[in-house]
Design a protein around this ligand. Structure first.
Ligand code: NAD
Length: 496
């Protein structure tokens, strides 16, 4: 039996109770074999809950429920504007419960509470944005060549794909679930969502809000579980038309190969090793906080972390010193302490992985300028860390660390800066810091990345396409690209 040890008080904050079960066909159930997994609070290592772990049979039940809703069920009969109203209603409920959702996420993932609090405003925006799309997904009117002496006309319609299997990571759990749910549902698909094992609690509350909003039972199913069991069962299931995955490049490759077997559509949002290019005209004091936020936010556990900071040689020492000062000033601590600026990493494995990269960076000859240690306290903390130099071929320059570690490297020309920026298997985001407007746009055009930010970062906006090039993924979500990724365009030709 799954259970929640709630009400649990962590750092003086009461953690709300959730139903730690599977949400299938509008019902809350334990796993078919009764199995569960344990949820710990990363910042204190305290037990939070045992959550039901979906089996292959549970995933099958969820896919059947989603299929039935898509193939003639109540969901399939809703007018597009009615789907939009459901998404608006869900957005209102998320806004109502934003504090509760942020509290669950902070406890579950170890993020300082201000971060998920901000994310919930973005989550609300994502559902409202796509609620607005639901009745505006139009086709096109086209004029094909005449055939056999007859004029022809054609139109297209954008049709939903069917059942979308959404598999999400732990780093920004509610936000990334919203990126997948909102466009898929706006376009008329039904969804089976599997959140990451390390970040289920806010998603379980989101499922309760989906129930409260009145989505037809089975149109959205939530199946917490292990990647190799529940995640893999979604990818293999013949009743799933598309897999929308956000996570590591290694698992993304596995999913892509498996999905190819039966031609499932895939969107893959994978890892990154994003560069920040700082040009010589920059005012270092002004921009250092923004550069630091670009890779320290969320303990460095963001796919778009700008963790390779490439700096014009004349500003190199200033940037290294500035970032080291920021790193030393950051207050690590309890996610619910309003003074906390950085929380814990998600689990012990992630902490060990980051510390291993720190050791490799030193062994490879990069200079450890700040941090690098493990604070002497409970919780999976790593000190904010800055490395300088060592070249762009070291493991800390090439591999995604997914922790609070930045590497600063110098360059001597724009060409060298662009070459270094592109010298990675990844291509998710890139950040350009300069007041020279021509240079900014020239560099934006030359870097291989799905998203370029000039003079500032921030969470991806619901209106803009989001996704990677190279090993950072396949496809785009958000904006109209998110609608395209959840529909197929059909042409209908009329001979006059
Ligand atoms: P992960 O790949 O380990 O897990 C992601 C999800 O996949 C989890 O729900 C997991 O249970 C599931 N999974 C694991 N093995 C599976 C399998 N064989 N079949 C199906 N599902 C499986 O990733 P993570 O550690 O949770 O997340 C961190 C990674 O996510 C980082 O690499 C990060 O860059 C990436 N990420 C990318 C984006 C983006 O938008 N590009 C956003 C956030 C995170």
């Amino acid at each position: 039996m799954s259970s929640v040890a709630s009400p649990l008080v962590i750092g003086g904050v009461e953690i709300p109770t959730v139903r730690p079960q599977l949400f299938i066909a509008g019902q809350w159930r334990d796993a078919s074999d009764g199995s569960t997994f344990e949820v710990l609070a990363p910042a204190s290592e305290e037990h939070l809950a045992h959550v039901a772990a979906a089996t292959e049979a549970d995933v099958d039940a969820a896919v059947s429920a989603a299929r039935a809703q898509f193939d003639g069920g109540e969901w399939s009969r809703l007018a597009p504007f009615e789907r939009g109203l459901l998404l608006f209603r869900l957005a209102d409920l998320i806004e109502r419960d934003a504090k509760l959702l942020a509290t669950l996420e902070a406890a579950d993932v170890g993020r300082p509470i201000f971060e998920p609090t901000y994310d919930m405003t973005v989550v609300v925006d994502v559902f409202r944005h796509f609620g607005g799309w639901a009745d505006k997904i139009d086709g096109r009117w086209l004029s094909p060549q005449p055939a056999f002496g007859h004029d022809r006309r054609a139109y297209t319609v954008r049709e939903a794909l069917g059942v979308v299997g959404a598999i999400t990571p732990w780093n920004l759990p509610t936000l990334i679930a919203a990126w997948k749910l909102a466009p898929a549902l706006a376009a008329g698909n039904t969804v089976v969502l599997k959140p990451a094992e390390d970040a289920t609690l806010s998603i379980l509350h989101l499922a309760r809000l989906i129930e409260e909003a009145g989505f037809p039972p089975g149109s959205v199913n939530v199946v917490p579980g292990l990647g190799k069991v529940a995640g893999s069962a979604i990818v293999k299931h013949a009743g799933v038309d598309k897999v929308s995955f956000t996570g590591s490049t290694a698992v993304g490759r596995e999913i892509s190969l498996q999905a190819a077997g039966d031609f499932k559509r895939v969107t893959l949002e994978l890892g990154g090793k994003s560069p920040q290019l700082v040009f010589a005209d920059s005012n270092v004091d002004e921009i250092v906080p923004g550069i630091a936020a670009g890779f320290f936010a969320n303990q460095g556990q963001t796919c778009a972390a700008g963790s390779r900071i490439l700096v014009a040689r004349e500003k190199y020492d200033d940037v290294v010193a500035g970032l080291a000062a920021v790193a030393r000033s950051i207050r690590l601590g309890d996610p619910f302490d309003p003074e906390t600026q950085m929380g814990a990493l998600v689990n012990a494995r992630q902490r060990e992985r980051v510390l291993d990269f720190v050791a490799r960076g030193q062994a490879d000859g990069a200079e450890l300028v700040a941090g690098g240690g493990r604070p002497d306290r409970a919780g999976f903390f790593v000190e904010p860390t800055i490395f300088a130099g060592g070249g762009s071929k070291t493991s800390i320059a090439q591999e995604e660390i997914f922790g609070p570690v930045g590497l600063v490297l110098p360059f001597d020309s724009v060409d060298e800066a662009v070459a270094m920026a592109n010298d990675t298997r990844y291509g998710l985001a890139a950040y350009v810091w300069t007041r020279d407007i021509s240079l900014a746009h020239q560099v934006a055009a030359r870097v291989k990345a799905g998203a370029v930010y000039i003079n500032g970062g921030g969470a991806p906006d619901a209106r803009l396409p989001w996704g990677g090039t190279k090993a950072s993924g396949v496809g785009r979500e958000l904006g109209f690209a998110g609608i395209e990724a959840n529909t197929e365009e059909k042409s209908v030709t009329l001979t006059l």
